[in-house]
Design a protein around this ligand. Structure first.
Ligand code: G4P
Length: 516
């Protein structure tokens, strides 16, 4: 952060704390090595204990979030957690994202809370589906991307070819930040193009074929590839590329050192009325995730909030702008993989967990008094719509409450049909349905099943009141209200959706709803 940007009057200590924050997520296709890299990063950051927790070979996915049976059974992580550690004088907040490709809404929302993303690519496989999807989300927000090409210790594609693939398939400029020394089984380290240092696990003679290859490659790089351009990186147009092996712990500190050197510090955040700068003195925070019942022994509900500006301190009285009410911040918490700790203070870029009883919702803004609301936390139009079938009719009321709570948490989207029929739940991936079913049973004692619906698409509808009312009346059996009471139209096919849009040119049909 430069002094020219800090015309807003935050005291130096706040400015300093903020400039040392690095809040990022790792995006990748399953199996590219995200878990291994996370563990190595935490270890480099001195959080060895935690690294043990993440890893614990074979157990690793279980230990991280063993509060949820479904995760245990399937061996996948469907929740997002935050890991904080210090490295190179910076405070890093690593926001973990669910690993399974089915469960994507949480991931999307998590990406609204980071300042950069590390994109992990398998050196043999190159860009895969899920990487591309996550990358597109980052691009929507111009999030700067750092690329880590992993598994260089195995048979891999040629590094130049990998750079080409990233540029052409993602339309993203690339510049190598490091270069691999040796390939596959003979991969021993990296050459740092920024500092011009060799980081190898063994000392190599100049006559070693690996050094000769490096020399040749460097000539090519200098002749053909662009240099790192900070502005272009900050704008999300250019990615510096690192090569390594998470498993062999090669290239991991290259990555962290670079994040210290140029990893973006907390970015500005848009509100409905103005832009909030990270180094403003007033505290503002944005709730991007809700997680209930994290600890089955203590039914609790944690709102994860990203501090967007200023200093948050424990005991603060905050203004909750959606409800207009006050909110006392008694026990904000930091999360360290499994452990939590009371947060006495936090700065822009930090993520705190705020225990509450349902007051806080995804997309909510907290301030020290100002009436602003952050924008940009998305809800995606669900691609799967199911009607909920209650097993025990006596539990209808309980089901209603439980569905509302879980929808507020973002587990599924809940739609109440305007014709009074049973609620419809919408999800982006079918795993969310399993999670809903398991949690309704496990946490609320309500058994449900799902019935299919004739619908395959949902769109939020906006437009002139009278026209919207008329449309809703004519299409009553295809209309529902979402959790916020906003009208949603269901269509049976993409064809029907297009036709409806054509026949109603005055109305707008949205596949993304921005909350806040
Ligand atoms: P994910 O979270 O992205 O799904 O990937 P994860 O770290 O679980 O890694 C997937 C597999 O790739 C694991 O092997 C892991 O050990 C391996 N791996 C990760 N990084 C590297 C690397 O740099 N080099 C090589 N050669 N392999 C790597 P696994 O057999 O599925 O699991 P495990 O038995 O090793 O735990």
């Amino acid at each position: 952060m430069t002094d020219t940007q800090t015309a807003t009057g935050a005291p130096d200590d706040i400015r300093d704390a903020i400039s040392r924050r690095r809040t990022f997520a790792i995006i990748s296709h399953p199996d590219a090595g995200k878990t291994t890299l996370t563990e190595r990063i935490l270890r480099a950051g001195g959080a060895i204990q935690l690294a043990g927790n993440v890893r614990a070979k074979g157990e690793r996915r279980r230990t991280r979030s063993d509060w949820m049976g479904i995760e245990r059974d399937r061996g996948i992580s469907v929740v997002t957690s935050v890991m904080t550690f210090e490295y190179g004088g910076c405070v890093f907040n690593l926001l973990d994202t669910p690993g399974h490709e089915d469960f994507s809404e949480d991931t999307y929302r998590t990406l609204t809370a980071v300042d950069s993303a590390v994109m992990v690519i398998d050196a043999a496989k190159g860009i895969e589906d899920r990487t591309r999807k996550l990358f597109e989300i980052c691009r929507m927000r111009d999030i700067p991307i750092v690329t880590f090409i992993n598994k260089m210790d195995r048979e891999a594609q040629d590094p130049f070819a990998l750079l080409d693939e990233i540029s052409s398939s993602l339309a993203l400029d690339t510049t190598p930040a490091t270069w691999p020394v040796g390939r596959a089984a003979k991969f021993v380290g990296t050459y740092d193009l920024r500092t011009r240092e060799l980081h190898t696990t063994t000392t190599l003679e100049q006559s070693d074929p690996r050094m000769i290859q490096l020399g040749e490659d460097l000539e090519l790089i200098e002749a053909a590839l662009p240099e790192f351009d900070r502005e272009s990186f900050d704008a999300g147009h250019l990615t510096p590329v690192f090569f390594g092996s998470a498993m062999k712990e090669i290239g991991v500190t290259d990555l962290l050192d670079a994040l210290v050197a140029f990893g973006p510090s907390p970015r500005d955040q848009a509100t409905e009325t103005r832009t909030v700068h990270a180094d403003e003195p007033g505290m503002t925070a944005l709730v991007f995730k809700i997680q209930a019942n994290m600890d089955p022994n203590h039914r609790d509900r944690i709102a994860f909030a990203r501090v967007c500006s200023g200093r948050l301190s424990r005991g603060m009285r905050l203004h909750h702008t959606r409800t207009g009410k006050g909110f006392a911040l008694h026990t904000p918490q930091f999360f360290f993989a499994r452990d939590r700790q009371i947060a006495e203070e936090a700065f822009a870029g930090d993520v705190v967990g705020i225990p509450n009883h349902g007051t806080l919702r995804i997309g909510d803004t907290l301030t020290e008094g100002e009436n602003i609301r952050f924008t940009g936390v998305p809800y995606f139009a669900p691609e799967i719509l199911r009607r909920v079938r209650l097993e025990d009719a006596m539990k209808a009321k309980k089901l209603r409450q439980a569905l509302t709570e879980l929808a507020e948490e973002g587990v599924v989207q809940l739609f109440r049909p305007q014709d009074g029929a049973q609620p419809i739940v919408g999800v982006v991936g079918t795993l969310q349905l399993d999670v809903l079913q398991a949690r309704l049973k496990g946490e609320y004692g309500v058994g449900i099943g799902f019935d299919s619906t004739p619908f395959s698409l949902a769109r939020w509808v906006t437009g002139d009141h009278a026209k919207l009312d008329l449309f809703a009346q004519t299409n009553r059996s295809s209309m529902a209200d979402d959790l916020d009471g906003d009208p949603v139209f269901f269509a049976s096919s993409a064809f029907m959706m297009r036709r409806t849009e054509e026949m109603n040119p005055d109305l707008k049909f949205h596949d993304i709803k921005q909350i806040g």
